[in-house]
Design a protein around this ligand. Structure first.
Ligand SMILES: Cc1cc2nc3c(=O)[nH]c(=O)nc-3n(C[C@H](O)[C@H](O)[C@H](O)COP(=O)(O)OP(=O)(O)OC[C@H]3O[C@@H](n4cnc5c(N)ncnc54)[C@H](O)[C@@H]3O)c2cc1C
Length: 504
């Protein structure tokens, strides 16, 4: 089988410099501490600073290298197919608030880009959800009707600039796209100074609610009147958000394409094997991004195969020979289509959270940053109730029970399935689970032949990690924790690395 093409790195990260903010140097005090520097954290930090608060934005790695550095970066209130369901499940009033709040998120992005003259390859684009076969066309038509009834700039169309026929599409006019890191890194420059800070390479490990709150990190302690957890999934388990949502991983390939062959607009398909499509300026030409093959983190999947399917699609549909980039990332999906934005628990009246953007966090994440800053500033916000993190959750709905059952089944299954016992057959560049003296060990042999052995128990809730061959990572099937081949935390919720196992 041919090897995968394309650099295994996000185009947004590859085409921007790594930020170099200091780690937390000593104990400090601010009005608001914000944990996590993705689109939610940066948006909230900038708004709060603009409102006169001192803030500390604390990031365990570097700014915008989580989901926000690996997104497709369509800024749109068209979220695949959602409005017909929202009207059916929640009623027209709540569906309208969802629409308005996302349009407000887009407007905030545009306002800052214009005000700050941010050079971030921003362009206005129409967004489409398309059905290739007649099978899904009714849903698309119903979505167009629902969106129109809510006042969104929607219509049902049969023609697009895609180089293949479609059965129909819902089109939203005047949506937008950008280079997400050019936008976020520019915005972040507004944060430090006048008592406000950005700290990188600083991992938050605990938060105690109080007046003030105490934030414990691997570098020291901070105190803050209010704390926002914008770490994608909160690293604190006490709000149970890991059980109210699930992590979905999705893949993207990027290929250079002549401008006259590139489609105009942003697209997402329907049905099981849907594709997400957009373009972005690239070396004087255009980079075509194709996304898809999403699945729950840790689910049995051939990661190389996922990229190959996207490459095949680029080849078949757009005549692409090779890809320039490939990358993947994950986001939390909520069970009722709505993000959770508000307090972490009823007792945590000074600790706030935003999670469950369900792979549409450019408009929603911006909106979350706006809503969180309003909550902290005591400004009444019309969206607060809709997204209330403490709402009666569908924790016990059919879907969430099934999702949680998958987790439980997986947990039990992982524990009983026969593990390979022989370390000698771990090939170079490969990872395998082995049993050593009854302990489950995750063993990885690097290209020089050195074996790296760590405990296979995820440090979050002790599920057993799985080897992910394309990303060369250990992925936890339960709540989305991911670790590097030698056991270092890549994605939350785990805070600690996999424990080293010395087999000598
Ligand atoms: C493949 C893919 C494509 C997508 N495409 C789109 C799209 O086209 N349009 C759209 O609207 N949305 C899209 N999304 C969704 C969107 O990218 C996300 O919803 C959004 O980026 C989430 O932002 P965030 O701030 O919650 O998380 P992140 O960007 O992940 O930020 C969280 C940060 O917290 C840090 N952190 C974690 N734990 C700690 C800790 N203990 N201490 C300190 N820091 C910590 C992490 O390092 C990270 O930088 C896509 C998502 C994926 C995965």
């Amino acid at each position: 089988m041919s090897s995968l093409t394309g650099k295994p790195v996000s185009f947004w990260i590859d085409s921007t410099a790594t930020t170099q903010y200091p780690a937390l140097p000593n104990d400090i005090a601010v009005d608001v501490a914000i944990v996590g520097a993705g689109i939610i954290g940066i948006t909230a930090a900038v708004r709060l600073k603009q409102a006169g608060k001192t803030v500390a934005l604390i990031e365990s790695k570097h700014l915008s290298t989580g989901a926000s550095g690996h997104t497709t970066a369509k800024i749109t209130s068209l979220h695949s197919l959602i409005y017909a369901d929202l009207i059916k499940d929640l009623g027209e009033e709540k569906a309208r608030l969802y629409a308005e709040s996302n349009e407000a998120g887009i407007a905030q992005v545009v306002e800052w880009i214009e005000q700050e003259q941010i050079d971030c390859d921003f362009s206005r684009q129409n967004a489409y959800t398309f059905a290739e076969s007649t099978e899904n066309v009714d849903k698309v038509e119903a979505e167009a009707k629902a969106a129109i009834s809510l006042g969104l700039p929607a219509s049902f169309v049969k023609d697009t600039t895609l180089p293949f026929p479609i059965a129909g599409a819902v089109k939203f006019e005047n949506q937008a796209q950008f280079h997400v890191r050019k936008y976020l890194l520019h915005l972040a420059k507004k944060i430090p100074g006048e008592g406000s800070y950005i700290f990188e390479n600083t991992q938050v490990r605990g938060v105690e609610n109080g007046t003030p709150c105490t934030i414990e990190t691997d570098r020291g302690t901070l105190s803050a009147q209010e704390v926002i957890l914008a770490s994608n999934l909160p690293m604190l388990d006490r709000g149970l958000f890991f059980a109210k949502s699930y992590p979905k991983r999705s893949y993207i390939v990027g290929a250079s394409i002549a401008r006259d062959r590139a489609p105009e607009g942003m697209f997402i398909g329907t049905g099981e094997n849907y594709r997400s499509i957009r373009t972005t300026p690239y070396n004087g030409d255009v980079l075509l991004l194709i996304g898809g093959e999403g699945h729950k983190v840790g689910e049995e999947t051939q990661t190389e195969e996922n990229y190959r399917k996207l490459e095949d699609y680029a080849r078949d549909r757009f005549g692409i020979d090779t890809c320039d980039y490939r990358w993947s990332s994950q986001d939390m999906v909520s069970f009722d289509n709505l993000p959770y934005i508000g307090n972490l628990t009823p007792a945590d009246n000074h600790v706030y959270v935003a999670t469950g953007m369900s792979l549409w966090g450019m408009s929603k994440g911006t909106m979350a940053g706006m809503l969180l800053s309003d909550l902290i500033l005591g400004i009444e916000n019309p969206w607060a109730e809709l997204y209330d993190s403490l709402r009666a959750t569908p924790f016990v709905s059919q879907t969430s029970i099934k999702e949680n059952m998958d987790v439980a089944i997986r947990w039990v299954g992982d524990r009983v399935k026969g593990l390979n016992k022989d370390l000698s057959d771990v090939a170079k560049g490969e990872g395998k689970l082995v049993t050593v003296d009854g302990d489950k060990v995750a063993a990885y042999r690097d290209e020089s032949g050195t074996l790296h052995t760590v405990s296979a128990l995820c440090t979050h809730l002790n599920c057993i990690v799985n080897w992910n061959s394309a990303e060369k990572s250990w992925d936890c099937p339960c709540h989305g924790g991911r670790f590097s081949c030698d056991g270092k935390v890549l994605n939350g919720p785990p805070l600690a690395d996999l424990e080293k196992v010395d087999l000598s």
